[in-house]
Design a protein around this ligand. Structure first.
Ligand code: CA
Length: 255
């Protein structure tokens, strides 16, 4: 583990591979969100709020680049401004739906774009917010869209004494909330999504990093170590499968 950390693999990841990684799962980990917004201050605020919620966020400020990114990468959700340079949001949405991409799209638009807003819903936006909006409302809408897409109405998972609330990104051991960082929760979510199957280190790194953030080998080791400590006594453990990866499994109940 001493060689230099590789760049985040999403830059080289094709859509098919991303889809393969996500498709068999009824919940995925952690959510990858693309924010398309040309007002830097608004984009900063949205990205910061979503990252605080534990999501991996990529940002683009023009429609042409966003069109390419949406063709080449897998996203769980898109936050889309309508007034964008090069290719505007309405045209971008049209292109996305024309290629049968069902990625949930939350349109964030100025009030004067009312007609376009209605048009956007007709074109296949899933929800919209009118600027200026409270970040708490944005977060709530994002949670609702992700819940609809990823958990099919089953927002909570139980494993041993562990309860995992996917939309709120919290975990409880019996009635006690576990104090997990967003990275640790993401790791738990990635592991639980492949329950009883081994997940490789590469898959974990891919699940946990975004374009502008790399997860080092050491960072992954530390996150696994800390999550293991926090899961002690839960009846759920992370087993290392030498040379392959990790496996989350329910431990045998004590006799
Ligand atoms: Ca704009």
């Amino acid at each position: 583990m001493t060689k230099a950390d590789p760049p985040c693999p999403v830059l080289r990841r094709g859509r098919a591979q991303g889809a393969l990684l996500h498709m068999p799962l009824c919940f995925t980990a952690p959510m990858r969100i693309l924010v398309i917004e040309d007002d830097a201050a608004i984009a900063d605020a949205i990205a910061a709020a979503l990252e605080r919620s534990g999501h991996a966020v990529d940002r683009l400020d023009n429609g042409r680049q966003a069109d390419v990114a949406l063709r080449d990468h897998f996203y769980d959700l898109v936050v889309l401004d309508l007034g964008l340079p090069q290719v505007d949001g309405v045209e971008l949405l049209k292109r996305v739906r024309a290629r049968a991409d069902a990625v949930p799209v939350l349109v964030a638009t100025a009030r004067e774009e009312l007609e376009e807003r209605v048009h956007a819903l007709d074109l296949g936006a899933d929800d919209y917010l009118v600027k200026p909006f409270a970040l708490s409302e944005l977060e709530a809408r994002v949670r609702a869209l992700l819940r609809r897409r990823t958990t099919r109405g089953v927002p909570e998972l139980r494993l041993g004494r562990l309860r995992i609330d996917l939309p709120r990104r919290r975990a409880h051991l019996d009635d006690h909330a576990l104090d997990l960082t967003p990275r640790e929760f993401g790791l738990l979510e990635a592991l639980v999504a492949r329950l009883d199957r081994v997940i490789s280190r590469e898959q974990l790194v891919e699940a946990l990093c975004s374009w502008d953030a790399t997860l080092t080998d050491n960072g992954l080791d530390i996150a696994v170590y800390r999550l293991r400590r926090k899961l002690e006594g839960s009846g759920v453990g992370i087993r290392t499968v030498r040379g392959v990866g990790y496996l989350l499994e329910a431990e045998d109940a004590p006799a």
